[in-house]
Design a binder for this molecule. Sequence first.
Ligand code: C2E
Length: 282
Amino acid sequence: HAKASGRNAFRYFTEAMNARAEARLSMEQHLRGAVANGELSLHFQPLTRIDDGRVVAMEALSRWRSPSLGEVSPTTFIPVAEDCGLIIELDYWVLESACRELATWRAHGATEVGVAVNLSSLHFRREGLVEAVRAVLARTQVPAARLELELSESPLLQGGPEVTAILNSLKAMGVRLVINDFGVGYSSLAHLRRYQIDRLKIDRRFVQAMEHTGDDAAIVRALIELGQSMRIEVLAEGVETDAQRRGVHAAGCQLVQGQLTGAPMNAETTLALLTAPSTLRP
Ligand code: C2E
């Protein structure tokens, strides 16, 4: 009897695994055509300076509406795209589209604002990134200093001469480098000093836990101090409440991103925001 139920449990288990694998495969197949079929779009979320409320940059975030799967969250399709290598093409599409939007904002007078684009860690294990960035900047005619590339801590940790060469080339071009989800990985001071990082984004898990535990508040303060001591800008992610904004500001953080200062919005709303007199004021 025990054997039979064990066999049933096994069958149930493999069926569940098969179903999951099939769902993933099906998503992968749908995702393959998504860029070419124009199913992807961009939303943008403001990065705001606390002192004067000015928007310093907009972060580009991908959105996918599949004709057969409906609206799929990036937290679902980005990992699938990374698994099957499609992320390279997807990120390049985002890079180009985001720079085109930036060119539009600039044409409407918003010349001080930057655009931030996420880069998967996979770009740092293959060739082509530096040339792709250079080509997009040339095609869209946006100044390199207005482009911010967001990477996770892992390329810094894996390090190696290839990663150093890529990051140095991007810096030499004038592009800004941002470390995403800072605090979750293990970037040491040595890593941060080795590369010319312009900004650290403190992971929203720490920011949001600040109010509840003293430990998290201490971590956030330490991360902000670390940035300050290395003259790297610090931004707090996922700021949802005024208490969180005041908390990070009191610790010395000048920049925030989150629901409080603006949720991700479509391109049209972004242009309206960036051309509103209050956003453009010097
Ligand atoms: P991320 O780069 O950390 O982006 C911020 C995420 O936090 C976004 O989720 C945004 O909608 C969400 N968020 C913003 N404000 C708040 C807030 O106040 N509270 C909370 N709880 N969440 C907030 P989204 O758009 O679902 O993107 C999730 C992740 O997917 C991104 O995290 C990024 O890692 C990845 N991603 C999105 N677009 C791209 C892309 O084009 N390329 C790559 N490689 N990754 C992308």
